[in-house]
Design a protein around this ligand. Structure first.
Ligand code: C2E
Ligand code: MG
Ligand code: MG
Ligand code: MG
Length: 284
């Protein structure tokens, strides 16, 4: 504590950039230890099929239980992980943990429960994604079609040919592919056409004012039609109220995810067998 106060005494004389840089350095040091110390955990957000009301799976969302700063969301550390080359080892941990969870849930529920994992575009640059995924699936004994990989197209893929090749191989392996944050990325329509994906996840920014906002309603309706025309399922993210849910149902959206259906929670608070009805509390 004395040390912290001493530091804040200096802060006054320090340009703000230096402080930011030092904080980033601190995060980097802590991040390197986090894996070894077992400070990462996965929180899970349910995905529900709109017509049946069934929970079909859940998305793994990374959390860092930081010894001093408490539970951190990916927004506060993933950029640093990216810059410091820690994304690959972190992803290995995420994939292993997610595949094990999917296998356990599917066993307990007596039916398939799919797990979604977010993969950073940077991973495709170095190669080795296929092997990473194969190893996690084999280690957990999870059927490949119970793993869904979410690709965000917020950033442009640098070497598009290499990415397409890897995605094709993942698809051949039997893994499911989804474009995350669909609509806000570098080139949504191009990716929808080129990437061999099974699902589109409509970005939550289009759902926030939906269905009241006419532009958003038009976009959401069009994306659902587009996805279906391309033979894909469409998932809406960020569903927070029953009006959004009902409008999505009317438009024929396949699945929903969001605070209204369930917030991200630790695995032990999401029992796909027993808690199905609660997780997918769809109005009659
Ligand atoms: P995402 O994959 O689009 O995940 C959805 C984010 O929206 C999550 O934030 C989730 O908590 C939040 N969310 C879910 N439902 C609602 C809702 O109804 N309303 C609102 N306002 N927000 C909602 P989170 O957990 O902070 O994750 C942020 C992003 O970090 C994720 O966006 C994903 O791109 C990335 N991320 C998370 N876990 C991983 C990981 O293991 N690896 C990589 N590479 N990226 C990850
Ligand atoms: Mg995602
Ligand atoms: Mg998203
Ligand atoms: Mg996102």
């Amino acid at each position: 504590r004395a040390k912290a106060e001493g530091r804040s005494g200096f802060r006054f004389f320090e340009p703000p950039m230096d402080r930011a840089a030092r904080e980033a350095l601190q995060v980097e040091g802590d991040l390197r230890l986090a894996l070894a110390r077992g400070e990462f955990e996965l929180h899970w957000q349910p995905q529900c099929h709109l017509r049946t009301g069934r929970m079909t799976g859940a998305e793994a969302l990374l959390r860092w239980q930081h010894p001093e700063r408490g539970l951190l969301n990916p927004g506060s550390f993933l950029a640093t992980a990216e810059e410091t080359g820690l994304m690959a080892p972190i992803t290995r941990w995420v994939l292993d943990a997610a595949c094990r969870q999917g296998a356990e849930w599917s066993r307990r529920a007596g039916g398939p429960i799919r797990v979604g994992v977010n993969l950073s575009p940077s991973l495709f640059r170095g190669g080795g994604v296929l092997e990473l995924v194969e190893q996690s699936l084999a280690g957990a004994g999870l059927a490949p079609d119970l793993l869904e990989i979410e690709l965000t197209e917020r950033d442009r893929f640098e070497d598009e040919a290499a990415v397409l090749k890897t995605l094709g191989e993942l698809r051949t392996l039997g893994v499911r592919l989804a474009i995350d944050d669909f609509g806000i990325g570098y080139s949504s329509l191009l990716y929808a056409r080129r990437l061999p994906v099974h699902r589109l996840k409509i970005d939550q920014s289009f759902i926030a004012l939906f269905p009241g906002d006419r532009s958003d309603a038009a976009i959401v309706g069009s994306v659902i039609s587009l996805g279906h025309e391309l033979g894909m399922e469409v998932v809406a993210e960020g569903v927070e109220n029953p009006a959004q849910l009902e409008a999505l149902r009317t438009l024929g959206c396949d699945e929903v995810q969001g605070f209204f259906i369930g917030r991200p929670v630790p695995a032990d608070r999401l029992d796909p067998g027993a808690a199905e009805a609660r997780a997918c509390r769809l109005p009659a």
